[in-house]
Structure formats: C-alpha cells, structure tokens
Design a protein around this ligand. Structure first.
Ligand code: NDP
Length: 382
C-alpha cells in the first residue's frame, strides 16, 4: 500500500497530538511529512524524533536555535517563522495537510495548502469563519478537497456520504458546556478554571472557552454554512449534553440521519485522513445500555449572547464574521489572563460587530485589515 504523507500544522496541540495518535495506530498507511508548533520546542522535538518527518517548523523564530540543537544529529529539516508554515505545506511531499492551528493564525497556511491542491483535513474553524467565501472559491478553483475534522461537521459529512438529494436542514448538536445550568450571576463570577472544565471534551484552551460561551457553536454554524452551502434557516443548534449524537441531517422526505459515537476526536480525525474508507481505531466504544437518555433542547441565546451574535454576523455576511472572530480572540485571551469577566467576552464581541466597517465582498487584504482594526478596538475597549 502506498503510504499517505501527512503534514500537521499545530502538531503539539490537542488535535495535533490526537492526529499523531491515529497515525501511530496505522504506520502501514501513514507517514509524517511535516510537524509544526508555535513555541513548544520540547514536545515538537520529541514528536520529530519519534515520527521522523521530513521537516519541522517552529513558528516563533526566537526558538529556532533551541529546536535546531535538539535535532542536530537528525536528517530533519528545521525551519522557523510563520512564512515557513506556508512554504512547507506547498512542498510536493505532503498528500494531506491537517490544519490544526488555533485562531486566525491558521488562515494563510490553510490558503497555501488549498492553493497547492492538497487534501485539507480542516480543524481550524476560524479559517472558515473569517474567510469562508474566499477559501471555498480557492478550493473550487484548485480542486483541493476540504474534509472537516470538527466532530459536528464530520458527522454531517458522514451522514451525506452516498446521498445525492439536497439537504433540507441540519441539526448541529452542542454539549452546552460547563455553564449550561449557570445563572447570570454565576456567569459574572465565573473563573477561568470553571470555564476550562468542559463536561465532555478535552481540548485546547481557546476552543474550550469558546465552548463555554457557545461562541464555538456560533462559529460552527458559520463553518457549516461554507462547508455544506446552507442558508442560516437550514441550520438549527440543539443542546445535547450527552455529546453522543454528533450532528444530524434532515432530507426532503422527512428522514433524519445522525452520526453517533463516544466523544473522541480521534474518530473524526481518522475519518478525515482515511475518507472514503474507515480506519480501525482503538478508541472507546459507545455503550447504549450504559448511556442515559439522550436529550435535546433549544439553546438560550439570551444567556449565550455569543451564539446570537454569530448568527447576526452570518446574516450580515461580508467581513462581519471576521470582525466577530477578531474581537473574540482578544476577549478570550483577556479572560484567560484574568483581565475581563466571562460576560465581557460577549460584550467585546458585540463591540467588534458594531464598530466594524462593513465590506460586502472582502479580499484577503480586507479580511486581514479588518482583523487588525477590530483587534485594536477590542484591546482598547476591554
Ligand atoms: P491547541 O491550542 O491545543 O493547539 C494549537 C496548536 O497550534 C499548537 O500546536 C500550537 O503550538 C499551535 N499554534 C498556536 N498559535 C499559533 C501561532 N500563532 N502560529 C503557529 N502555530 C500556533 O488547539 P486545539 O488543538 O484545541 O484546536 C486547534 C483548532 O481545532 C482550533 O481551531 C479549534 O477550534 C479546532 N478544534 C479543536 C477541537 C479539539 O478537540 N481540540 C475540536 C474541534 C475543533 P504550541 O503548542 O507551540 O503553542
């Protein structure tokens, strides 16, 4: 069997390490072409020693010397800086690029991978939130396939396999996060530790806070709009605290297909790497007998303002979601550093949306300028 060569952008993160775990379970099918990190030199070096990639990139170039020294006796190319992220995904060696950076940092490297006609296993949802129209246009032009890694979108993708009829609507499920039953008062006093205690998933800090505010679900609605070409009215969010049904698709005959499984990201990562086949994976199996009743309810968009703001940005189109993302990145970082309260996240996102100079059909430069301007405003207003 010809092995697929995999480049992982963000290999030291939650998705990146789980992607390596999937690869380690199938050494007969996959080889690692590239691994990248932002600052975590020691983990990147350990991963490189184990998986022997062709190249590694450390995005923070002040860490280059340290990484180079750790890999001195290895036949592994060592690069540094964010430009190198773009360059390595365009090299002919990689068949699949796992886009698992966090935030808008993933935008340019993902664009480079799409332009280079790579198959992109996309975890970095902010890329589609910020510039979904641009990415989809580029993918259409180059013929690059974008396979979702986000569990909800992977579920929808899996439900659509073999279907040729149009989708009537989709149901995106949400765990509800750690504050599902919190009062407004609880939210005002919420600590970073409480917000980072997700009831079902173990993920990086940024996406965990986004889950607590339900901004994550808002972003996923926007992501689904681009991945599956849907209107806002065709997408409904349902709070499903058990996180067993990962999402559902409803067709014109009233049939609904769902994808279920244990909440383990290695399942959608594995599917994105092996599509259209399925890999044998040693992950825990869902036990129906031991699973309590599956429940579904509408989200409270007054309590979780970020979800309502994401829908607003989706309806507005243009660079509105880019502004929401920029304000949210500043707000989440400020919350994690103890500088603002949890409800301030939604306040800053709302400011970002209000202060945005609307552009109906933005270019990449417009998106980058929007991001820079709204970040500045959100920093001033926090
Ligand atoms: P993590 O924070 O765990 O990992 C992020 C990775 O990106 C790390 O390798 C980090 O390097 C690197 N990185 C961070 N900032 C930069 C930067 N500015 N330049 C270059 N590299 C950078 O994130 P997750 O793995 O949790 O999430 C990745 C993406 O996947 C996000 O968009 C998230 O929304 C999405 N996602 C995640 C899920 C999960 O279960 N974790 C589920 C569904 C979607 P370093 O380690 O050196 O800091």
């Amino acid at each position: 069997m010809i092995k697929k060569r995999i480049a992982i952008l963000g290999s030291t993160g939650s998705i990146g390490t789980q992607a390596l775990d999937v690869i380690a379970q199938h050494p007969d099918r996959y080889e690692v072409e590239t691994l990248t990190a932002h600052r975590n030199v020691s983990l990147l070096a350990r991963q490189a020693l184990r998986f022997q990639p062709n190249a590694v990139v450390i995005a923070d170039d002040s860490k280059y010397g340290e990484l180079k020294a750790l890999l001195a006796d290895q036949p592994i190319k060592v690069y540094a800086g964010s430009k190198a992220l773009c360059e390595v995904v365009q090299l002919p060696g990689a068949d699949v690029v796992v886009s698992a950076l966090v935030g808008i940092a993933g935008l340019r490297p993902t664009i480079c991978a799409v332009e280079a006609k790579k198959q992109v296993a996309l975890a970095n949802k902010e890329t589609l939130v910020v510039a979904g129209d641009l990415i989809c246009r580029l993918a259409q032009r180059s013929g690059a396939a974008i396979i979702p890694v986000d569990s909800e979108h992977s579920a929808i993708f899996q439900c659509l396999a073999g279907e040729c009829s149009p989708v009537e609507k989709i149901y995106l499920t949400a765990s509800g996060g750690p504050f599902l039953h919190a009062s407004a008062n609880d939210l005002r006093r919420a600590t970073k530790e409480q917000a980072l205690r997700h009831p079902q998933w173990s993920m990086g800090d940024k996406v965990t806070i986004d889950s607590a505010s339900m901004m994550n679900k808002g972003f996923e609605v926007i992501e689904a709009r681009w991945l599956f070409d849907l209107k806002p009215t065709q997408m409904e969010v349902l709070v499903h605290p058990q996180s067993v049904v990962h999402s559902m698709v409803q067709f014109a005959d009233g049939s609904i297909k769902a994808q279920l499984g244990a909440p383990d990201m290695r399942i959608p990562i594995g599917y994105a790497l092996s599509f259209p086949e399925r890999l044998a994976l040693s992950v825990s199996r869902l036990s129906f007998a031991e699973t309590p009743a599956l429940t579904f309810q509408k989200p409270d968009t007054e309590k979780f303002r970020c979800l309502a703001l994401a829908y607003e940005a989706l309806r507005m189109g243009g660079n509105a979601a880019c502004a929401v993302n920029a304000a949210n990145e500043v707000a989440v970082s400020a919350f994690l550093h103890g500088k603002i309260t949890f409800p301030d996240i939604a306040r800053l996102v709302e400011v970002g949306l209000q202060k945005n100079d609307f552009i109906a059909q933005p270019t990449l430069e417009d998106y980058l300028k929007t991001d820079e301007r709204i970040r500045r405003i959100a920093e001033e207003m926090r």
